[in-house]
Write a protein that binds this ligand. Structure first.
Ligand code: RB5
Length: 143
C-alpha cells in the first residue's frame, strides 16, 4: 500500500517523523513536499496530495499543516477527497469507520510526534463499516 504525504512549513517536521514511521511499518511513501521549514502555502500542497490520491498515485494520504485545518480544507476542494482532521484516536477511527476518509490531516503545531503516530495508526488500522455509511459517503461524493 502506498501512502502520499504533503505538508506546509507548519507540518514539515511532523511529516518527516511520520514518514519514518510509515516506512518502518512497511508502507511505500510518496512524499510530495514541502521539504523544509521555509514558508509555503498550504493550499498548494492540499491540492497536490488530493489530486495524487484521486489519480491513484497513492492509495490514501496524510496531510499536515500547523493545525491540520487549512490543508484539510484544501484537500476537500478536490472532488472525491474526504479529508478528516483528527486530534485524537477516536476521531481518526471514526473518520475511517464512518466517513471512509481517504486523507487524514494532522497538526504539526498541536500534536507531539508520539501522539500523531498513535492517531495515524488508529486510522490506518480501522476499516470502513459500509452499510448506511456507504450511502452517506455516496451522498458526499455526489456533491
Ligand atoms: C501557517 O502559518 C499556518 O497557517 C498553517 O500551517 C495552518 O495551520 C493553516 O491552517
Amino acid at each position: 500500500m502506498k501512502i502520499a504525504l504533503a505538508s506546509d512549513h507548519g507540518g514539515f517536521t511532523l511529516k518527516e517523523e511520520i514518514e519514518k514511521h510509515l516506512i518502518e511499518r512497511g508502507f511505500e511513501v510518496l512524499d510530495l513536499g514541502t521539504h523544509s521549514e521555509e514558508s509555503v502555502d498550504y493550499p498548494v500542497y492540499g491540492k497536490c496530495i488530493g489530486e495524487a490520491v484521486m489519480a491513484g498515485e497513492a492509495d490514501c494520504g496524510v496531510a499536515f499543516c500547523g493545525t491540520g485545518v487549512g490543508i484539510s480544507i484544501a484537500c476537500n476542494k478536490v472532488k472525491g477527497i474526504r479529508c478528516a482532521v483528527a486530534t485524537n484516536c477516536f476521531m481518526a477511527e471514526m473518520a475511517k469507520k464512518h466517513n471512509d476518509a481517504n486523507i487524514l490531516a494532522l497538526g504539526g503545531r498541536i500534536l507531539a510526534p508520539a501522539e500523531a503516530v498513535e492517531i495515524l495508526d488508529r486510522w490506518l488500522d480501522s476499516t470502513f463499516e459500509g452499510d448506511r455509511h456507504a450511502r452517506r459517503v455516496r451522498l458526499l461524493d455526489e456533491m
